[in-house]
Every structure is written in structure tokens, then in C-alpha cells.
Design a protein around this ligand. Structure first.
Ligand code: NAD
Length: 504
């Protein structure tokens, strides 16, 4: 929510050319602690002009950084990784404080981010080119990778630490400079990350942070010195970023929202499956792009799945997470978001579904809390099935057989991920081969994006060509140069006569 007043709260600084400055912004937003419902910071929103200056700082740092030997660029990442380990608990605590996820979830997030740094430390091997000698008589061919230039990362609120790390460690080690525009809802993790990068010895201007909303983002999309944009967020904004960025001639990889299906075959181990369904749907209070959102119970799996979920989720401990380890699920990001998520329970009822577990409870806390919900007898025509809710609500669709369950995926506009629980290799193979999604889990509740593989979202969960992370990220953050070389046998009369004599 943008405001014009400036009470004395922690002002969130931006980083440009190695200097931390407070934006003297006319517009700013509140940063909350979702566990307490209290405002803990104020973040100024950069104007287009201020944003442009940050891009210029990144552009000025580019020639020296891209010319820095690749092994030295990797060494900065090795030092950065050591600092992340040393400051691990502090980083997790910041994530919990500004986002609201449990400390265990925050620690897992920090670990996943560190894995991307580990991937990027291998850049000398990852960025190697290709050579084909004698492609024609006496002609050799090689392809080498160059950085693309100034890269931008625009990130969502749900992984304040990890999602920026999906991007900049790889972009930087490839020889690019970087401007990060973190979510204005959770800017504090990014600030601590920037401090640690500086401590690791990254030169001024190589990594920069600018805060803001649409005005700032549009300035990044339009700036002629921005070469590439990585975006993660909701589908409407992902599509907008992709269209405006590519219209301006930039490379864009743009990851959007999701509606992930979890198929439960009747032969699945029900106790284990229910636990995994709950972890998938209610982990991080359902605010994950890989969260299970629709359980598709096949045949006689239906009743035990619903009953098991109601029993299990009904006992989950929901509460404030900041400084509190004894909690299974924390708050959602804002009061308005909690109310929006809860409104889907009424929408589901009026559309004819059965709310088997209603997460609305009297929590006696100012935090943005909402318990886990289970909505049964959902049909593909209902809003609760079609729309991304991004909260702790799990819909259950009943399917007659595997083919019917597979067909449910074909109706879905998203395609981030899908999971099957089964003991049947045949069912698992059919699912892997035919389900309409890019990230597949077989008896794994969350097919999480891993640093060494691209995050292969499909359909309206991704706009672009080269995905984030893994080998595709190396391609995204570099451009290739192919050289054909022939060295004709030369007349050596131009050489030093003494040396020429010595060769005889
Ligand atoms: P969001 O789209 O509202 O915001 C993402 C970023 O876009 C933020 O930095 C924000 O400042 C900026 N932004 C918002 N509105 C804008 C506008 N009109 N013009 C320009 N920029 C704008 O997303 P969110 O609510 O922060 O995050 C949740 C969403 O992110 C969910 O839809 C979730 O599925 C998705 N997500 C996807 C992935 C993935 O890898 N596919 C990963 C994490 C989250």
C-alpha cells in the first residue's frame, strides 16, 4: 500500500555503485511483520529517474567486471557462500520476520539459495565453449560465451531470499552486472544479501538494489542499457513483463503463477500421502508457486484422502512464527491477502463445493493468520479450481480413473508442477509422460526447483524460452560468438633475420 507520510521507522536503503542510500521518495510502502501485524519498516519507491541512475551504475561497472578472469568471479562467489553459511541463522530470521513462514521453512529457503551459489561457483566449467577443429580444410571453429550486459531481477514476496539467488549468482559469474528489484513487501532479506556480497569483495556497481513498484519496474523494462530481465511473480504481471521487455528488444525469462495438481491413486500409502499432501498444500501457508493446490483423488482414494486431510490439518499448530519454533504454519503476507484467501471458502460453498475443513478461527493474535482448509467435491468449472488462491486452501476433485485424472490437467491454464502418489510404475509412467505440467513429482509432494536443473514451468506459468536456473540459465545470461579460423602457411621474410637463420 503506497503512502506519502514518513514516520520514524527502519528506512530500507537501496544500493547503487557500492553505496547504500535512503531514497528521498515521494511514495513509499510499509514493510510488515506478518506474525505481529505491525509495521517494521518503510521502503521508498524509486522514480523512473532514480531507477535509471541505478542502471547507469551497473552499466559503468560492466567493462571491468566482464573482463575480470572467470576464476576470480567464481572466487567472489566462494567467499559469498562462506558468508551465507556464517550468517545462516540471521538470514533465516530475517525471512521469517518479513515474510511470516516458519523458521524451519526459512532455513530450507536459505539452504536452497546457497545451492544456487554452489552451482555458480562452478562457472569456469559451466561457461566453457566448444571447439571443432578442421571443420573445413585447415579451418577450425569455436564457440565462446560472452556476458549479455546489465541484467535485472524482479522478484516476488514469497521467497524473499531464495528467488533473487536463482538469478544473480549465475548472472554475475557469467560476467554481467545486476540490478535487483525485490518485492516491496519483503525488501529486508535483499538488503542483507547485498551487504554480504560487498563483504565478499564484489566491486562497486556490479550488484545493485532498487526498490519500487510499477514506475520503477517500467523504467527497468524500458531502459536502453538493460540487456536481460528475469522475472518471478504472478501470471498477469509475468505476461506484461515478457511483452514489454521483449518489445524493447531485451531477453526475458518470466515465471508466473500456478495451480498444481496432486493425484492420489487408490494404491498409495494413505498415511504417508496425507502427510505429504498437507506439507505440499500448507507449507509456507500455501504461498509457494509449487504448492499443491488441487488434490485429484482417484476411485476409492476419495474418502480416506478427505478424512485424512481433515484430521491431520485440523491438528496443525497455526500461529506467529517470529521467534517461535513450535508452529507448523505461520501467517500469510498481509491482512487483505488473508481475507481474499478466506473469501474463496464462501465462493466454493456458493458454487456447490463442500468445505470439509474451514481454516477461519479466532486466533487471538494481530498476525495475519488463517488455518488450513479442505474443500471437497470441487468441479473443474468452479473458481476455487480455476484460480490461483495462493493460501492454505486445498481443493479435492474426485476422478473415476487414471485417465480422468490426467485429463484434469489438460483443462488447467497453468503448468508449473504436478505430483502423483502411487505404488504402480505404470501409473507413474503414464503420469510423467502425459500430465500437462513442466515439473513432475512421483511420491514427492513438492517437485522443488533444484539449482542444477532448469525450473521448467509450462503454459501460463512461464513466458519465454530459457528457464531460470541450471544449464538454461547459463545460456540465458550469455551470448555466443562463433569464430572460424584459418592460418595460411606464411612466407617468413618479415621475421627477424637472426631468428630465421637459426631455424635453418
Ligand atoms: P506479483 O506479480 O504481485 O509481484 C512480483 C513483482 O512484480 C514484485 O517485485 C512487484 O513489485 C512487481 N509488480 C507487481 N505489480 C506490478 C505491475 N503492475 N507492474 C510492474 N511490476 C509489478 O507477485 P507476488 O504477489 O509478489 O508473488 C506471488 C506470485 O508469484 C504468485 O502468483 C506465485 O505463484 C508467483 N511465483 C511464481 C514462481 C515461479 O517460479 N513460477 C515462484 C514464486 C512465486
Amino acid at each position: 500500500m503506497a503512502t506519502t507520510t514518513a514516520p520514524s521507522l527502519e528506512a530500507v536503503p537501496m544500493l547503487s555503485n557500492g553505496k547504500w542510500t535512503e531514497l528521498k521518495a515521494k511514495r513509499s510502502g510499509d514493510v510488515y511483520n506478518p506474525s505481529t501485524g505491525k509495521v517494521i519498516g518503510r521502503v521508498g519507491y524509486a522514480t523512473a529517474e532514480e531507477t535509471g541512475r541505478v542502471v547507469e551504475a551497473a552499466a559503468a561497472a560492466l567493462p571491468a567486471w566482464s573482463n575480470t578472469p572467470v576464476v576470480e568471479r567464481a572466487r567472489v562467489m566462494f567467499r559469498f557462500r562462506a558468508l551465507l553459511e556464517q550468517n545462516f541463522e540471521e538470514l533465516a530470521a530475517i525471512v521469517t520476520r518479513e515474510h511470516g513462514k516458519t523458521l524451519a521453512e526459512a532455513r530450507a529457503e536459505v539452504n536452497r539459495g546457497i545451492e544456487v551459489v554452489e552451482f555458480a561457483c562452478g562457472i569456469p566449467s559451466l561457461i566453457m565453449g566448444e571447439v571443432l577443429p578442421n571443420i573445413a580444410t585447415d579451418v577450425d571453429a569455436d564457440a565462446i560465451r560472452h556476458p549479455v550486459g546489465v541484467c535485472v531481477g524482479i522478484t516476488p514476496y514469497n521467497f524473499p531470499f531464495m528467488v533473487p539467488l536463482w538469478m544473480f549468482p549465475i548472472a554475475l559469474t557469467c560476467g554481467n552486472t545486476f540490478v535487483l528489484k525485490p518485492s516491496e513487501k519483503v525488501p529486508l532479506s535483499a538488503v542483507r544479501t547485498g551487504e554480504l556480497l560487498t563483504e565478499a569483495g564484489l566491486p562497486d556497481g556490479v550488484f545493485n538494489i532498487v526498490h519500487g513498484d510499477k514506475e520503477c519496474v517500467d523504467a527497468l523494462l524500458d531502459h536502453p542499457k538493460v540487456a536481460a530481465i528475469s522475472f518471478v511473480g504472478s501470471t498477469p504481471i509475468a505476461k506484461y513483463i515478457y511483452e514489454r521487455g521483449t518489445a524493447n528488444g531485451k531477453r526475458v525469462q518470466s515465471a508466473g503463477g500456478a495451480k498444481n495438481h496432486l493425484i492420489i491413486m487408490p494404491d498409495a500409502d494413505m498415511d504417508q500421502t496425507v502427510k505429504q499432501l498437507a506439507a505440499s498444500a500448507y507449507g509456507c501457508a500455501g504461498q509457494r508457486c509449487m504448492a499443491g493446490s488441487v488434490a485429484v483423488a482417484v476411485g476409492k482414494a476419495g474418502d480416506p484422502v478427505v478424512q485424512g486431510l481433515v484430521d491431520y490439518a485440523g491438528k496443525m499448530r497455526v500461529g506467529p512464527t517470529d521467534g517461535n519454533e513450535g508452529v507448523d504454519m505461520g501467517p500469510v503476507i498481509r491482512a487483505e491477502h488473508r481475507d481474499k484467501v478466506a473469501s474463496y471458502l464462501d465462493i466454493a460453498k456458493s458454487d456447490g463445493a463442500n468445505v470439509a475443513l474451514d481454516g477461519r478461527r479466532d486466533f487471538k493474535s494481530e498476525g495475519f493468520l488463517l488455518g488450513p482448509s479442505v474443500v471437497d467435491r470441487v468441479k473443474p468449472s468452479m473458481r476455487v479450481w480455476k484460480e490461483e488462491i495462493f493460501g492454505p486452501v486445498l481443493s479435492v476433485v474426485r476422478a473415476g480413473d487414471l485417465d480422468e485424472a490426467l485429463a484434469v490437467g489438460d483443462e488447467c491454464e497453468y503448468g508449473n508442477g504436478a505430483v502423483i502418489f502411487t505404488r504402480s510404475g505404470y501409473a507413474a509412467r503414464q503420469f510423467k509422460q502425459h500430465f500437462n505440467a513442466g515439473m513432475i513429482g512421483i511420491n514427492v509432494g513438492v517437485p522443488a526447483p533444484m539449482a542444477w536443473f532448469p525450473f521448467t514451468g509450462w503454459n501460463r506459468s512461464f513466458f519465454g524460452d530459457l528457464h531460470i536456473q541450471g544449464s538454461e540459465s547459463i545460456q540465458f545470461y550469455t551470448r555466443q560468438k562463433v569464430t572460424l579460423t584459418r592460418w595460411p602457411k606464411s612466407d617468413d621474410s618479415h621475421l627477424d633475420p637472426v631468428w630465421r637463420e637459426s631455424r635453418k
